[in-house]
Design a protein around this ligand. Sequence first.
Ligand code: HDE
Length: 697
Amino acid sequence: MAKQKKKTARPADSAFHAGNAGELHQTTGERGATLTTNQGVAISDNQNSLRSGPRGPTLLEDFVLREKITHFDHERIPERIVHARGSGAHGYFQAYGDLSDLTRAAFLCDPELQTPVFARFSTVAGGAGSVDLPRDVRGFAVKFYTQEGNFDLVGNNIPVFFIQDAMKFPDLVHAVKMEPDRGYPQAATAHDTFWDFVSLMPESWHMILWAMSDRAIPRSLRMMEGFGVHTFRLVNAEGEATFVKFHWRPRIGSASVLWDEAVKICGADPDFHRRDLYEAIERGDFPEWELSIQAFDQATADAFPFDVLDPTKLIPEEMVPLKPIGKMVLNRNPDNFFAETEQIAFHPGHVVPGIDFSDDPLLQGRLFSYTDTQLSRLGGPNFHQLPVNRPRCPMHNFQRDALMQMEVPQGRVNYEPNTLDPDSPRENPGAGFTTHPAAQVGEKLRVRAETFMDHYSQARLFYHSMTPPEQDHIVNAFAFELGKVATPEIRCRVLGHIKNVDAELCGRVEQALGMEGQAYLIPPAVEPIDMEPSPALSLLGKAKPTLEGRKIGVLVSEGYDLAVLDQLQAAAEAEGAAVELIGPHIGEVKSNSHVVLVPRHAIAGAPSVLFDSVVLAVSEAGAESLCKQAAVMNFIRDAYAHLKIIGYTASSMALLERAEVGLDEGVIEMETSDGTFAYIEAAKQGRLWTRASVIQA
Ligand code: HDE
């Protein structure tokens, strides 16, 4: 048997360690601090475990190795059962004025005060490692670190919910998550168990319409509306309570991607939303939202044709207008994703004096759930001591001990009342939180209120309030989702509900599925009524032309025209858009005047779905060679099919011809400053919706 050659380790204290990474590893003393174990013992060698001889077995005695591996083995904590995939940021909230007529919450009454916040946006169904753009509701949770304690507004980007009673939440979540026998699909509603469940839950149908709409595939977390969903109460210093709904509106407007884009983005950049949020904040383009309330009294609530305690209903803005009360700016990325975005613990029960709950049965159930879930997710009852969860105001009580206790309480007294420590904390009837004394009468029952029974009127209101392209998207979404449902009866039942929402919508979905006339008859508990359409529900209807926060992808090649690029860059930046260059490769590209630029992307990794609008600015020679690349052809064809505005230089024309993209008013030559202006004006509109009659994505 051939004898193996014996290697000899170099001594650990030589200038460089001998390990697999060899000479790349610096030893201590020159720059950073000395590595230590968690017990503070200095580590002499972070490359080699302790072994018996250079080629012998590793020794159990190696406490440095064991500590490092043990810690690593436990790096993952249980992920959130819902909303596992999230992205967050720090920022502040500032009230516009004094809201003391409605609430005693100090952070809403002082326009000089900036209250620190942490916001976390999330998908609901997928695991922590899932993609950013499934069709799904998005969580929109904000922790306000107020002077009077933490207030968490734990909402969604859709103003209503699937169910009316907390009792149904585990069923809903089980139905939407991966099917338990096969472990798929991940982060998707398009499967039998979800549609089986909702086809048996008429109360979910308003939310289903929202989930099938563009709201469920947002272009950016920075462009999402947010809603508190439930009716809450504001309570002023006199103890007077007013019902409120909370609304967040993004300053740069709302936008969504098309479904075909969403599918492709999930492959091209699974972190599309997370990256977008992080990069915007890094470049100083701070996302901003306005917080508004709809405030109303009991008499107004009683006059609505729906119940304000029913979380499957919204209050149209046309009935109760939005009152802007402040703004939130996110201006700092987390220093550490795990410590902050992962460990933050939200809870709708975290309220401050001046904010109170309503009897919405879903909210009431949530008030139990959130602390309970943190106990298993964060390992015990001391999660409020984690830096991201800690209140920023003084906090004293006699809760003691338990797992992961990080405080060292002083003294003998850990109870109240006491005489032994007169300085120990006491209750404070004046400053303390008091619950609004809403009168309660009634028998103990398991029932659903009669006033919760109209399940279709607001679903119909939503559909009727959409613009034609938005309605088309809803039809397509139903066709896609139901196309993935294998059990025909479930599809027929779903069609029955759609018919109750709107017969024309049902006809269109039936046609798209090739299932004409197959809707089951599902008698509604309450005959739906026709409500006045609410234009505020349509994203497209209220969209204002803008390029703020949008991204333009510019394809360049060797010999590109620098003057055109400079002109475009100046015009785009003036409108608040970011321009990103895409080259044939990631290396340097020289312009016609030999100016060297380094593209941000190589074309192979930058499909046009990653941009709001694209420009082809290649040289003639560049066009000739790029014509042969599938990635370039897909870039152009997708941009066209996704109704994007395409700017081009004359020398790039060959690319358009090769891609067989016809010229229309959204394909704009931009050689001159007039051309650039025309391109920018068109790009501000977002998409060329009329092109959908030529091609549908
Ligand atoms: Fe949640 N929800 N939820 N939820 N929810 C959680 O708490 C729950 C509901 C929402 O970024 C969990 O810490 C029940 C409505 C957001 O960390 C859990 C019910 C709305 C987030 C939980 C609901 C939400 C959560 C999972 C029905 C919109 C993510 C991990 C009664 C108003 C917060 C966690 C973050 C997270 C329970 C319904 C929003 C299990 C029982 C309605 C944004 O406690």
